[in-house]
Ligand binder design. Structure first.
Ligand SMILES: C[S@@+](CC[C@H](N)C(=O)[O-])C[C@H]1O[C@@H](n2cnc3c(N)ncnc32)[C@H](O)[C@@H]1O
Length: 254
């Protein structure tokens, strides 16, 4: 069976992610704004910021509130619908970051391990190399690419782990298993969301390709970026087996 864009972060999981898992983007936002500011990318109509995997628009809102012009891209229509309500000043495109046209911009940002997902087919180092090339072309000189990735080692044992999180009108159950041979992480996600008197069940399976930050940095440097690998966005320390990458397109290229 072929999956379609409708299969991931459907209405209920998009709602649950927004309600219960916004901390990551909220905590990352000040550090990202700081990096942008340090590189003189701040509130200006000239400075377009493209946010890939914008989800429900948590970082988008922080960026637009600080005066930046933002284009948000996400593969989930339900996520985009929430983001539009949260950050009405931004523009949004529904589509995959791996195929969408990236317009000329001052920065490209992506938080929440969005580059790891295998939603739209192969996601491997050649796909990423091509993707980074497109971003490099779109960025202005001194432009920035900031994103975080999940690395192997999230779950060191081969066995699946199960957990749940609950909110006032929802419950989410997650079974996680890492395949160390293929460097993939699979999350089986079951949500129950209250609709009237009843709880509605939805099921999704998300598979991610895990990358070592050093191999990603090598790809970026081959393209011409100057690269820093970080373990935090400002005061926000990333979870274990996560890295943030800050890549700059130098002003003068050979
Ligand atoms: C963990 S969520 C993070 C959302 C948001 N950045 C945040 O931190 O709240 C991952 C997001 O990446 C999006 N995503 C995954 N693969 C994508 C792709 N190929 N193109 C665009 N969006 C994608 C998902 O739909 C989802 O909204």
């Amino acid at each position: 069976m072929t999956n379609t864009y409708q299969d991931w972060y459907q209405e209920d999981l998009a709602y649950v992610h927004d309600q219960g898992f916004s901390d990551y983007a909220l905590s990352a936002a000040p550090g990202i704004l700081e990096i942008l500011g340090q590189n003189e990318i701040n509130s200006s109509d000239q400075n377009l910021i493209v946010e890939l995997g914008c989800g429900s628009g948590i970082l988008t809102q922080a960026l637009t509130t600080s005066g930046c012009q933002v284009l948000g891209v996400d593969i989930s229509a339900a996520m985009i619908a929430i983001a539009k309500a949260r950050a009405p000043q931004a523009r949004f495109i529904l589509g995959s970051m791996f195929t969408v046209d990236i317009p000329p911009c001052a920065a490209v940002v992506s938080v929440g391990e969005c580059l790891n997902y295998l939603f739209d087919g192969a996601n491997n180092l050649p796909t990423l190399a091509n993707f980074f090339q497109r971003i490099y072309k779109a960025l202005q000189p001194n432009g920035l690419l900031i994103f975080d990735i999940a690395e192997p080692g999230l779950d060191s044992c081969d066995q699946a782990t199960q957990s749940f999180v609950e909110g006032k009108d929802w419950l989410v159950l997650v079974e996680k298993s890492e395949n160390p041979r293929q460097n993939t992480l699979t999350r089986r996600i079951i949500t129950f969301r209250q609709v009237g008197e009843q709880y509605r069940r939805s099921d999704e399976v998300h598979v991610q390709q895990l990358y070592q930050s050093a191999e990603i940095a090598d790809l970026l440097m081959e393209i011409g970026f100057e690269v820093k690998i970080k373990r935090s966005y400002g005061q926000f320390h990333l979870p274990d087996a996560h890295a943030a990458i800050v890549a700059i397109k130098p002003a003068k290229t050979a």
